[in-house]
Design a binder for this molecule. Structure first.
Ligand code: IPE
Ligand code: IPE
Ligand code: MG
Length: 248
């Protein structure tokens, strides 16, 4: 497979992996089979991102709203996450990949929390791709927990309310060590953000595809990157300014 020039590769890709349930339903299978097939897609997309030299891949695995699903589906998703950690972490580590988990993991069982801690510990010094899994994650939760820490600093007199700036809030988000996403991909046809990285995606390029997550593959990832590479990211400026045609 061709590798596009480095400057066309987003540093950080964030994905909402959606459509597992519908994929299974189309095949007259229980929803869970879709989630299982989705884990295989994760492995393929991680591999392709590592090949392309992407720095960070953020994957939305379980949202803070997904607890509203039937209890059986939630517990099967937890089991799947736990098995994926058992089976995939060594391979990630062998490939110099660093695994990070963001989200309110206090709500998970102690065993799952322990596996998450071990996986992060094992891979923490790896220097290749960072795979950032959002589990029991919500963008509003992330902003809230940042603001809560800021309020504590104000309460202790460490910070004055009038000195609070955007950097202070960013620095206490769960993604503070990572660049902001350049490209956001959502599979499964829905065109919404579903409480993913709300603050962090202020200037992210969006790419939506009808392809269901179990059928998303490296070719489609390449197509999303190709679309991204053709866009002009103006960050509020004019096109002329970016092309150096303006003296302003
Ligand atoms: C995404 O697939 C996976 C999770 C939310 C865990 P869905 O389960 O939302 O699949 P659809 O949207 O019902 O097809
Ligand atoms: C978003 O997918 C969360 C994950 C992919 C983990 P959902 O399928 O839960 O999103 P909504 O609720 O349809 O927006
Ligand atoms: Mg869905």
């Amino acid at each position: 497979m061709n590798t596009p020039p480095k400057e066309n590769i987003p540093k950080h890709i964030a994905i909402i992996m959606d459509g597992n349930g519908r994929w299974a339903k189309r095949r007259l299978q229980p929803r869970f089979m879709g989630h299982r097939a989705g884990v295989k897609t994760v492995a393929d997309i991680v591999k392709r991102c590592a090949e392309l030299g992407v720095e960070v891949l953020s994957l939305f695995a379980f949202s803070s709203e997904n607890w509203r699903r039937p209890g059986k589906e939630v517990s099967l998703l937890m089991e799947l996450f736990s098995h994926a950690l058992d089976n995939q972490v060594k391979k990630l580590h062998d490939n110099n990949i660093r695994l990070c988990i963001i989200g309110d993991i206090d709500k998970f069982t102690p065993t799952l929390q322990q596996k998450i801690a071990q996986a992060q510990e094992l891979t923490r010094n790896n220097t290749g791709l960072i795979v950032n899994i959002a589990a029991n994650y919500g963008g509003r939760w992330d902003i809230t927990q940042s603001v809560r820490q800021i309020a504590q600093k104000v309460a202790t007199g460490e910070l004055k309310p009038e000195d609070i700036n955007e950097e202070d809030i960013s620095a206490l988000l769960t993604t503070s060590a990572l660049p902001e996403p350049d490209l956001f991909i959502r599979t499964g046809g829905e065109q919404r953000v579903s409480n993913f990285l709300l603050w962090q995606m202020a200037y992210t390029e969006f790419f939506f595809t009808d392809v269901l997550w179990p059928e998303f593959d490296s070719k489609q990832l390449d197509a999303a990157i190709s679309s991204f590479s053709k866009r002009e990211r103006r960050f509020g400026r004019t096109s002329e300014q970016l092309q150096g045609q303006s003296d302003a």
